[in-house]
Ligand binder design. Structure first.
Ligand code: OFO
Length: 170
């Protein structure tokens, strides 16, 4: 059985995961309307992944005798000046989510809830990967600068990254 504290903290995290999914969905749509096909596919896949992260938490809370609450969400930003600005926000957002997961791990330890601590290890590992991926992408964007040919290749390459991600999550 989950303590009230843990249940509240997990519910807070489930909302963050749902908002992450919406943020990436809005980014997918913006990219799609700006001719960035590969980037948009990547963002749609990221949005789906975040929804899975949210669902995992819902299931966990309910299985442990709590009640997962589906709430309203903060409206995501729908417009960007450049795709670089967009990816800077991806990186910032993933760092924010990692901090939220760390806080949650801390709560699980102070409450001596080792089952939740164990459950959260998957998220800890996932955040390391997602932060690293966002950083690699940003570094590539900084290399490209204003080169249009570079952007074309980047849009194609990120599509391959999407394919790889969906292969490895099978
Ligand atoms: Fe939910 O994985 Fe990143 O944010």
């Amino acid at each position: 059985m989950l303590s009230k504290n843990i249940e509240t903290a997990l519910n807070k995290q489930l909302r963050i995961e749902a908002e992450s999914s919406q943020i990436y969905l809005a980014m997918a749509s913006w990219s799609e309307t700006h001719g960035l096909e590969g980037i948009s596919k990547f963002m749609y896949a990221q949005s789906d992944e975040e929804r899975i992260h949210m669902l995992k938490i819902i299931k966990y809370i309910n299985e442990r005798g709590g009640h997962a609450k589906v709430t309203d969400l903060q409206e995501p930003k729908t417009n960007y000046i450049t795709f670089k600005e967009m990816f800077e926000e991806v990186y910032k957002h993933e760092v924010f989510v990692s901090e939220a997961i760390n806080d949650l791990v801390h709560v699980s330890l102070t409450e001596k809830d080792y089952a939740t601590h164990n459950f959260l290890q998957w998220y800890v590992a996932e955040q390391i990967e997602e932060e690293a991926q966002a950083k690699v992408i940003l570094d590539k964007i900084n290399l490209i600068g204003d080169d249009k040919g570079g952007l074309y290749l980047f849009d194609r390459d990120i599509q391959q990254l999407t394919l790889k991600n969906s292969e490895s999550s099978k």
